[in-house]
Design a binder for this molecule. Sequence first.
Ligand SMILES: [Zn+2]
Length: 243
Amino acid sequence: MTPASSATVGSAVYGDKRALSWYYVRKGRGLAPAFPADTKQFGPDRKAIWIGKGKTVYLTIDNGGDMNDPDRWLDVLRENGVKASFFIAGYNLKKHPDFVRRLVAEGHLVANHSMTHRDFTAMTDAQAIAEIEEYARLYRDITGRAIEPYFRFPYGKYSLHLLDVVSGLGYTSVFWSLAMRDWEPRAGGWKDAYNDIMSQLHDGCVILMHQGSKDNLEALDRVLKDVRAAGYTFGLVSDIGAP
Ligand SMILES: [Zn+2]
């Protein structure tokens, strides 16, 4: 645990419980964005990642809602030979075990996104831990494997304290360096999704896409091809080293 700006609770040292919301500030085409000042307090023990390095892009697909057309998502990824990291809410994991097994069979990474996809900053520690541990059990029941130790806070709502709780369970918390207003239909359809991604692309980019967006799915093939054409390869979040 990181002792700086932490309070002692019982015998363990835990960080500040102040609720935080992940964000980044765009710096311009090709440039990495700026990140919250709170990241200076993350330190290696809090095991959080939000950007990688070099000519690699990390596609993370968030599914806390509509499954959209899951097989089409996977077909487009497979046609392009791209592996992605999926953050699926537990209730979708439970409802769509065949999709989860296909993800694993095709080499994608499935990460823990909590059972109920609620705001963790409004939970007790015991609730937060149960959300994550129950997910890991469910994943093992469905796939016969241990979950990859990567976690994403629903809505990017977290605290330094919660980073300690999550890393205490052995997980790395995954944020992002590129996101879009893609939880609702886009005025310009797929072109908005495409342009948002291509105009913000930067080295080590961690892209957050919502699976439920039809515009995202329609843009996906072009995005994958043009990210490659821009000189990038695709990696999984497990390829990002410690910050
Ligand atoms: Zn989510």
